[in-house]
Ligand binder design. Structure first.
Ligand code: GGG
Length: 347
């Protein structure tokens, strides 16, 4: 039996993972599910955002379906106990260094996009975000300077092997798509980015069939709204990738539409909507479950080797949205459960 770990987390995480799990149950009868607390919910239940039992389940499982973490009521906690540490810990412990974040405008969502319809309709890209390095995992802290003022610091660092392995994921992803890879950095200012650019160019020698370009992150942010159709695959670091994918989501209609896959070198992966816990709408039945359901489709494709089921689930989500069954973030009035039901009815 294939074991799926369900880690719903905080805020809207439980609502959206419930719909994704229902879709998986409707599609495949040979999956077993085990659920464990994570994030703020786990801190409240066991005193730690990533309890040993949750990590153990994630290690045993064939794949992990993750909701969201974040709880403003726990903002005062020391950093090691904050809900967000759970997802960082999972990425580190499972060595999930490669994050695939596809963004495309589904039929009928032109009006929901932050862009003009003719610009928005061209968006069809994948952001390949490095996930276990950068300022997220470098040395960090607060200290006092010689003049007595408080200083916070987060060291940005990348080793060449970290850059090379994510660059390869970028090239391989581009090779399976339209053959264009744009590496995004800030090489005019950051030494880390200069190394990033040098290593990406070295790796490019193995991918003569892929057209490589480079862009500074500030320009990439601007180009994403000016002309998103120019991008096929973007490969970038942890922080830049986090920011650019939220931006891309609004070009594609809503942050509630973007799934993600966090992968290591095995089939094991962690699948999560790119959105956070959205505490303002938690428990109201207003959360968009599409990103979580599309993340489940990515799980079927990447970890469970069921591409035909992944295609069916993606088509069902696209069909429901095209038929106007949409949550408020997309301008609709449907509830989380109604969208889930509409997707499952189309499987
Ligand atoms: N489902 C995504 C989520 O819960 N994000 C919260 C978060 O803090 N993520 C850290 C990051 O990806 O940068």
């Amino acid at each position: 039996m294939t074991l799926i770990a369900i880690l719903p987390g905080d805020g809207i995480g439980p609502e959206v993972t419930t719909e994704a799990r229902r879709a998986l149950e409707a599609l495949a009868y040979d999956l077993t599910f085990e659920e464990a607390p994570v994030g703020g919910a786990a801190y409240r239940a066991c005193g730690h955002p990533l309890p040993e039992q949750t990590l153990d389940l994630a290690r045993r499982a064939d794949a992990v379906l993750f909701g969201a973490v974040g709880d403003p009521d726990l903002d005062g906690l020391e950093r090691a106990l904050r809900p967000e540490q759970a997802i960082l810990g999972l990425r580190r412990e499972l060595a999930l260094f490669a994050n695939l974040r596809p963004a495309r405008l589904f039929p009928g969502l032109e009006d929901a996009s932050a862009l003009r319809p003719e610009v928005a309709s061209a968006i069809d890209l994948v952001i390949v975000r490095e996930l276990t390095g950068d300022v997220y995992f470098g040395e960090k802290g607060q200290r006092q300077t010689a003049t007595g003022s408080r200083q916070g610091y987060d060291i940005m660092a990348y080793d060449e092997h970290e850059v090379a392995r994510i660059a390869r994921v970028g090239f391989e992803t581009a090779r399976k798509r339209r053959g264009r890879l744009c590496s995004v950095d800030k090489a005019n200012v950051l030494e880390t980015s200069q190394l990033w650019r040098d290593v990406v160019i070295e790796v490019a020698a193995d991918y003569a069939d892929v057209e490589l370009s480079h862009m500074y992150v500030d320009n990439a942010a601007m180009q994403l709204v000016r002309n998103p159709g120019q991008f096929d695959v973007i490969v970038t670091g942890n922080l830049f990738g986090d920011i650019l994918s939220d931006q891309a989501s609004m070009c594609a209609g809503s942050i509630g539409m973007l799934p993600s896959a966090a992968l290591n070198t095995d089939a094991k992966g962690l699948y999560e909507p790119i959105h956070g816990s959205a505490p303002d709408i938690a428990g109201k039945g207003a959360a968009n479950p599409c990103a979580a359901m599309l993340s489940a489709a990515m799980m079927l494709r990447h970890s469970l080797a069921r591409p035909e089921l992944a295609d069916r689930l993606e088509a069902a989500v696209i069909g429901a949205v095209a038929d106007g069954i949409r949550t408020p973030d997309l301008g609709g009035t449907a509830t989380t459960r109604q969208v889930g039901d509409a997707v499952i009815a189309r499987l």
